[in-house]
Design a protein around this ligand. Sequence first.
Ligand SMILES: Nc1ncnc2c1ncn2[C@@H]1O[C@H](COP(=O)(O)OP(=O)(O)OP(=O)(O)O)[C@@H](O)[C@H]1O
Length: 288
Amino acid sequence: MRVREPKTVLEVEDLHYEYLPGKAAIDSISFKIGEGELVSIVGPSGCGKTTLMKSVAGLLRPTSGTVRMHGVAVSQVPDDLAMVFQEYERSLYPWLTVAENVKLPLRYVKVDKGQRARRVERALAEVGLSRDHAKYPWQLSGGMQQRVAIARALAYRPSLLLMDEPFASVDAQTRAELEDLVAAVQRNHGVTIMLITHDIDEAVYLGDRVIVLTGSPSRTMREIDVDLPSERDQIETKASREFVALRSEVAHLIRRATRGTTETVEPPPEGAAAPEPTAKPRQERILP
Ligand SMILES: Nc1ncnc2c1ncn2[C@@H]1O[C@H](COP(=O)(O)OP(=O)(O)OP(=O)(O)O)[C@@H](O)[C@H]1O
């Protein structure tokens, strides 16, 4: 179990957003993310996850409510924020090498040339791309390009890393590898991460907490603590009874949200029996 009393990095309080007057995309979302935490955000399709992300990134100004980083209201893109998106092809500059892509945002960081080079080198080593530093993005696979995007965020050392469906465009094997890379990066560097994902397994596997949103216009439906050991394993963890119970709880909430429930669901009282898992761990078929 992870025992922490982290400093609050991000606080979203009663966030309400309307693209058009009177037509809310987000009704009321509130949550906090502490230093070094990874919080997964899930909800039905179209519930407002990207709108939430843009509001946190300072790209949209809340219609009402507040987004604060380190206690200060966000009114533009914060300097100490990094983002990793689903579309890796669009997030890297094709005319720059891998190392140059990773180095680019360091222009805005007050460190000398030598330190910059060392940060790039370390970040590339961390994501296993040291030997590919001189290649161009188009010479890499999708998973490798996403590693470059993660290295760039790591080198920048942001206070908060926003990840919006970062692994949605890669194959299942690569997705599992990238999930483990993010878990390792978070463990080793204490990076604070807000992860938006459609994948319930991923939300639970990577999260310290999972926040479930209702359907549109979204509200915070429920916050679930993920009480799994911090060292996680794609096969062992996902087969564990605790994981299956959590996954099933999140899946039930999303199903309710998709069917139109918009009220906040209180967690079961302290000491109440955990819900029985309704989904069994996936059985692997071993072919002869
Ligand atoms: N620029 C816009 N103008 C008007 N309405 C918008 C705009 N962008 C999003 N919306 C609406 O706001 C609501 C939330 O959209 P948003 O993209 O934030 O949801 P999402 O949860 O990220 O979607 P998905 O699950 O498909 O990724 C939707 O009803 C959408 O149609």
